[in-house]
Design a protein around this ligand. Structure first.
Ligand SMILES: [Zn+2]
Length: 348
């Protein structure tokens, strides 16, 4: 992992720069290879560092003889879409503060089918929850909200057509820290305790409203509790728990705006993961760094099972199947080639 990536060397600073860097599958594979093994190939099977292969993105371990592909097991595995198009999709998803819909992506990258664009956004989303999994710590606000159902009737669950989502956000001395959003089955102490154990460090202080299941949930998950009793204080919830309510309103705005309230309940968690990925990096001085972290997550491990199976098998059926032959690079990706700046030796 590269701790302090540098714009212009480790990741592109703009869309024209991205297009100049990534002209071919070989360029993209080399970049992914470098992201996964910045200090050179290490065999994931036997930890040998010898490599007999000279094919881009492919290694043959000199220790155990296994072939190791940088794309195998990742979202790029067996794709028929040029990797430069994937990179542009990743860039567009990260460059916009509100995210980008598959329809917009299809239009901008001149992809042949909506289905291809939809698949790419969902696969890229599927790696976002793997990034930055350190649990929240210190003082952490937590609350629940219902998402969806009322206006469009397209997402939600049960009779009310709504999905229950738990939110948590760090409250350092000033402002807000990192956040999490997770669908929960109900607001019982058992469900809340599960959520707390997954997202909040042992020993943290949880700030909640007076919902009765919280004391038991907090005790069961090793956090202390600070109750801001909304009713007793006479303050509306968005004032007594401002962080988590800001989180809820911003995420709902993206779901209603960018995605027009069309997110299906089975996909909602992936969209929440995307929102949180972006939210937790909102202080990044450059959007290119988000692109870098996204691709880094994409090659760090296999895609999440729930998205790679459930979500991708539920893609819309009324759109044409993409061609089996590799597609030509869209003309939008034309630009002046550059020679792999990420391989430039670092200045001392
Ligand atoms: Zn090996």
């Amino acid at each position: 992992m590269i701790d302090v990536p540098v714009e212009g060397r480790d990741f592109p600073g703009s869309l024209p720069e991205l297009r100049a860097w990534f002209r071919s599958d070989a360029d993209c594979l080399d970049y992914l290879d470098w992201l996964r093994w910045p200090d050179g190939f290490v065999c994931p099977w036997c930890a040998d560092v010898g490599d007999w292969s000279t094919v881009p993105g492919m290694h043959r371990c000199s220790g155990c003889g296994r072939r190791v592909s940088v794309g195998a097991g990742t979202v790029f595995d067996r794709t028929r879409t040029p990797l430069a198009v994937w990179f542009e999709a990743a860039w567009l998803m990260m460059a916009s503060k509100q995210g980008v819909s598959a329809l917009t992506l299809q239009r901008v990258t001149e992809l042949g089918s909506y289905q291809s664009a939809w698949m790419m956004t969902h696969k890229l989303r599927s790696v976002m929850h793997q990034s930055g999994r350190d649990r929240l710590s210190g003082r952490v606000e937590m609350d629940e909200t219902f998402i969806g159902g009322d206006r469009h009737g397209t997402f939600g669950r049960g009779a009310a057509g709504k999905t229950l989502v738990a939110g948590a956000i760090e409250r350092p001395g000033t402002g807000f820290g990192r956040a999490r959003l997770q669908i929960i089955p109900d607001a019982s102490s058992a469900s809340l305790a599960d959520s707390i154990r997954t997202h909040v460090s042992h020993g943290a202080t949880l700030i909640t409203d007076g919902w009765p299941p919280y004391p038991r949930a907090a005790a069961a998950s090793g956090v202390s509790l600070e109750v801001h009793n909304v009713k007793a204080s006479g303050q509306p919830a968005h004032l007594s728990l401002p962080g988590v309510h800001l989180l809820f309103s911003l995420s709902k705005r993206v779901l209603e705006g960018t995605y027009q309230g069309s997110v299906q309940p089975e996909h909602l968690q992936a969209y929440l993961d995307e929102f949180v990925f972006r939210f937790n990096r909102r202080k990044s001085h450059t959007r290119g760094l988000l692109f870098f972290r996204l691709l880094e997550s994409a090659v760090a491990g296999p895609p999440a099972p729930y998205t790679s199976v459930a979500v991708i098998h539920r893609m819309p059926k009324d759109v044409p199947v993409p061609p089996r032959t590799p597609q030509a690079l869209p003309r939008t990706l034309a630009g002046t080639p550059l020679d792999r700046p990420w391989r430039t030796p670092q200045a001392a």
